[in-house]
Design a protein around this ligand. Structure first.
Ligand code: NDP
Ligand code: NHF
Length: 333
């Protein structure tokens, strides 16, 4: 099955199917990562206010624009509204702050990072995981998703975002948005990989013409760092890269295991945003268009799906987060 390098969105915006993920990419690593990615052909970068690297990304993009090697219109840049700002009045100020850090006039895609709203505990906007003195996360129980979505739509109207979408929304939450939306979300960015193929959510999104973007497409093996920084032990991380079946398919095509994991998702019509700060792996993760998995390969890889049991992102490292009424990770979605 052939795969196009972009999906054409309703507003004629081209959504490149391979993007560079940047969670846990330190500002000091960003220049090399973005330079390498743009040189090998990536045109889509995924970041978030809470990744604390928007400024470094903005600096590197400016160098590319100043050197005239690329124009703003050549790129597709995504960033996200953080959890302490999931309320209507915070949408525009946070988007403006992200744009200031990115040194851009608009983003191509602005996402609600997570349906869970948090209550800030201080004036520090960079404190994106506010915690109460008892160690639990500071929940905002009155998160109003339809009202927040209305404020997201206003960002398309005012030209600060070319398109808008959601992330970590489950089927019920997607339906809630779709019922109220004037502008539909273009994507739901969720955990999705060979062991967690998100069948019900994909079916629902297809119905509404919403593209599904796969985060952690190679299993997010580096996330121990995020837990360690918070004094916690990471939960078991699935060894997708070393799965023998994936290895078999990779050997047949003379490609790496990571390339097979990514190509499998592309052939399912998904957008993938693998993260790497390593030039060799950044290149490897982009070389996905010179081979095709046949139906037997796809069947083999599909057999690895564990359904809801394959989920590994539950945000439970933020103590008490599952007490929020919009906690999304309650079912396979
Ligand atoms: N909306 C949300 O809530 C979330 C969004 N995301 C987004 O999705 C992106 C991707 O997800 P992420 O969690 O980073 O996980 P990925 O599945 O992309 O895995 C990234 C990890 O795999 C390593 N890696 C990358 N390429 C290869 C390769 N070819 N072979 C072996 N190892 C490799 C990287 O290390 P190295 O850098 O050393 O190469 C890194 O440790 C994020 O960066 C972020 O942009 C992620 C999580 C949640
Ligand atoms: O994007 C993200 C990566 O995952 C983290 C949790 O495990 C989130 O906090 C963050 O929003």
């Amino acid at each position: 099955m052939s795969v196009r390098d972009h999906i054409l969105l309703n507003n004629s915006l081209k959504f490149p199917v391979i993007g560079l993920g940047t969670w846990q990419a330190e500002p000091s690593e960003i220049k090399t990562a973005i330079d390498t990615a743009l040189e090998v052909g990536y045109r889509h970068i995924d970041t978030a206010f809470s990744y604390m690297n928007e400024e470094a990304i903005g600096d590197t993009l400016q160098e590319w624009f100043n050197s005239k090697k690329l124009k703003r219109g050549d790129l597709f840049i995504t960033t996200k509204l953080p959890m302490p700002a999931v309320r209507p009045e915070d949408v525009e100020p946070y988007l403006r702050e992200s744009l200031k850090r990115l040194k851009l006039k608009y983003v191509d895609l602005y996402l609600i990072h997570c349906p869970i709203g948090l209550k800030p505990v201080d004036d520090n906007v960079n404190n994106t995981f506010p915690t109460l003195p008892d160690g639990t996360v500071s929940l905002d129980p009155v998160t109003d998703l339809p009202a927040t979505w209305k404020a997201m739509e206003a960002q398309v109207d005012n030209g600060l975002a070319k398109s808008i979408g959601v992330s970590n929304f489950n089927c019920v939450q997607i339906e809630k948005i779709v019922r109220h939306a004037r502008i539909l979300p273009v994507t739901d960015q969720v955990e999705l990989h060979v062991e967690f193929m998100q069948k019900p959510l994909r079916a629902l999104c297809k119905l509404h013409n919403i593209v599904v973007t796969a985060y952690a497409p190679i299993g997010s093996p580096g996330r121990t760092k995020f837990y360690a920084a918070r004094g916690q032990k990471a939960p078991p991380i699935p060894c997708l890269i070393h799965n023998p079946l994936v290895g078999e398919v990779a050997k047949k095509h003379n490609k790496s295991n990571a390339q097979v994991l990514l190509r499998h998702l592309l052939q399912h019509g998904l957008v993938v945003i693998p993260k790497s700060c390593n030039p060799k792996r950044i290149k490897e993760n982009f070389q996905l268009m010179d081979f095709q998995l046949d139906s037997e390969d796809m069947k083999k890889l599909d057999s690895l799906d564990k359904g809801a049991k394959g989920r590994t992102f539950d945000f439970l490292l933020f103590k008490g987060i599952d007490q929020h009424p919009e906690y999304p990770f309650v079912d396979e979605y």
